[in-house]
Design a protein around this ligand. Sequence first.
Ligand code: TPP
Ligand code: MG
Length: 362
Amino acid sequence: MPVDCAFQTTIERISILDEHGVYDEQLGEGLIPDSDVVALYRHMTMCRHFDEIAFKLQRSGRMGTYPQNKGQEAASLGAAYALEDKDWLVTCYRENAGLFWRGVDPEKILLHWMGDERGNHIPVRATPLAIPIGTQMLHATGLAWASKYRGDGGIGCTFFGDGATSEGDFHEAMNFAANLDLPVVFVCQNNSWAISVPTRIQCSAPTIAQRGLAYGMHSVQVDGNDIFAMVKVVREAAERARCDNRPTFIEAVTYRLGDHTTADDASRYRDPEELKLWEARDPMIRLRNWLEQRDLWDENQEQAQRIENEAIVSGIVKRAEEIEPPTTNDIFNWMYAETPKVLETQRKTMRTSSLGQGFDGV
Ligand SMILES: Cc1ncc(C[n+]2csc(CCOP(=O)(O)OP(=O)(O)O)c2C)c(N)n1
Ligand SMILES: [Mg+2]
């Protein structure tokens, strides 16, 4: 019997603005108008400042645990820029930049980490942060299925880490989306680590993108610190979802410049040389250099932006800290659009000794 090739493919790696500042004019042509690049950079600097302040709030006892987003801003921001308001952003916890761009109030994110349920009340098409690793990909798949069923034109875009691709829920979501032809964009932020576990221990294949291929969906690797490349691949994936109802798997290669969370100390397991290497690939610095080379940005604008960011973020903190105290009802109020009967009953009975009993439907 001859040995035939059953299947052969390649996984493309997309980069437009590389870490040395080289810009691929062909791939990047007409991708983002200059004025929008300026707006994206300004937004990124605000998010970076927000991140630093959130870290300090935790350190000074004014907020609970916080996972820094530092260094990973381009991935979710590029995606949010490429998507439409009718599309769902279904995130993990390192996507502040994309969520804020979409219109999620930054104080909601602080409230979330302050343990206040009102932080989960999000009136745009984005879901509350998913802390249980891997659960949100299923939500995105379900939301995309609902959009397809209703014909509202929306798609689902979900974010998760490299570690999350070891979870069963991830594989179920991928299998479901591929086989039911669902309009989902799966974005894996491969930041090299799942707390102290390096990616090479999570995945013995040379790329995580291969996991998408196994489910029969288009899969691509992208420089996740290159906002231009992110916009390009998410735009193409969104079109594939909208026009053909086909999912895409995107492996965005990035790096977590901070600790895993404020409860972690990455210097105990991470080589400082590795950190130095990735600091030089910072998506924000890369974008600033690109703008400066084209006379779209200068030091004076940078200074003015710094002052503006300080004012914006201190307003955010003030609003989060000065909100009226939550009521006990708030723990029931922000998960469902319509409170299910079982929760309604718990809400009514929570101050009695017969929690959840004595009412119809339980
Ligand atoms: C189901 C579940 N198991 C374990 C944890 C504890 N945990 C929190 S973050 C994390 C690592 C996640 O790594 P990755 O998916 O790569 O995301 P990253 O934090 O690097 O962005 C783990 C194991 C959790 N939150 N949920
Ligand atoms: Mg990770």
